[in-house]
Design a protein around this ligand. Sequence first.
Ligand code: ME8
Length: 516
Amino acid sequence: MADKQKFYITTAISYPNGAPHIGHAYEVVASDAIARFKRIDGYDVFFMTGTDEHGLKIQQTADKNGTTPKAFVDDMAAKFRAMADRLNCSYDRFIRTTDADHVPSTQELWRRMQEKGDIYLSKYSGWYSVRDEAYYDEAELTKQPDGSWRAPTGTPVEWIEEESYFFRLSAYQDRLLAHYEAHPDFISPETRRNEITSFVRSGLQDLSISRTTFNWGLPVPGDPKHVMYVWIDALNNYVTGCGFPNESDPRWNYWPADVHIIGKDIVRFHTVYWPAFLMSAELPLPKRVFGHGFLLNKGEKMSKSVGNVVDPFDLADTYGVDQIRYFFMREVPFGQDGNYSHEAIVNRINADLANDLGNLAQRSLSMIAKNCDAAVPQPGEFAQADQDMLWLADALPVKTRAAMKDFALHTTLAEIWAVVAEANRYFASQEPWVLRKTNPERMNTVLYVTAEVLRAVGILAQPFVPEAAAKLLDLLAIPPEGRGLASVGPEHRLAAGTALPQPAPIFPRYLEAEAS
Ligand code: ME8
């Protein structure tokens, strides 16, 4: 058997300087859906997420909490991991930048860049935002009424002057532009590509890549009074996870990553700095970087510092894990910003999940249980309406693959639920409850077709609502090996006579708590 094609997907690694918020949940859930989709499409997937634990921001937060940075991040990283678990995210590794293998890996990247002549020692003086862990040009800043300065992201900046190592980023301007040109898919969505291209065209300055005024970071090889700039440390997690620098490690086969899924605020780090570091170290570049939008709470950016954070654990407890996953991915076109509200979530849960899919499954499977000896019914000859319905379900793999190629999660779900809507129309117009008396054979055919559509929908829904989809496929007695995309279609139809378990609801309605 030929080796499976590899697919390596990562999220950004989160700063554990506060509890995880809905933005972190959004990113890991979307990435998980892509990873799961690729798995059921036959790929050998490596999915990595984790935490970005060094840097001044973490050190300052730990100080404020009266603890050590390590004790602080140990506690916080566990919360991030628990969130990914609670949201049913199927990561293969949860990487922490304090993991032992991250030190030699990142120091080796540094050494390779140094050998290339791309690192030199000089003096840094300029503006730094601790909250963004980023340097800004004076021209990018705005002055506040109190005379202080703010970064374009709105965070405070401070003037820094210290000895620092620099990375010769300016030398990579042309190569980066050539790469964007030759690989139009490298940065998406397109708006982000345009932003980055014009940023790089406007000229790149060398980057300060070490600090001496604090020590919560990875030591610079050969000069341990310097710690590495946290973004070198952070970005390098993506190759540490593949065993770098041990290129005979089997995980190295996953590099280069197929996609880094990140938020729009950190596209510059991933599409300018990171590829330049990799070019310098003569390592292959990730194939794609996708900058998703922000989830906004009533139109405002959610962040720890603003204090309008929504706890993902509360969301999961209130609405259900599959429900939240579905909402995130269906409501917001992936790549754009989106709004969250209680009404919008309840609406999606009740309309799409409980009514459209849940009711259809419940009604059709209950009829099969009662009228067909609790087994897949024997269909008669397919009428045109049956064939049309089956054809729509059979077309789902092709349609969803096309949408997933561009990470259009919302379109993928829209395609699946369009089939669910059509199946509801089919079921209503065929009236199998009337056929039960007038034409039981025809009833069998209609119920068979409906069950077949549910099988396809159940398979396709797995990446998005894994628990409910598994329940649905269990109700149809689909074995584990019959749950891949390749099993959708005429060659793998349900076998008449297969015994089915007692039907049970897959999506409860969300009922508002009674006001007391
Ligand atoms: O940026 N909606 O960490 P982070 C959607 N450690 N996504 C959001 C969001 C929101 N409201 N808020 C944040 C970092 N994000 C670095 C990354 S990667 C080598 C280092 C996204 O905890 C954000 O865009 O601030 C980023 O992709 C991720 O959450 C982690 O953000």
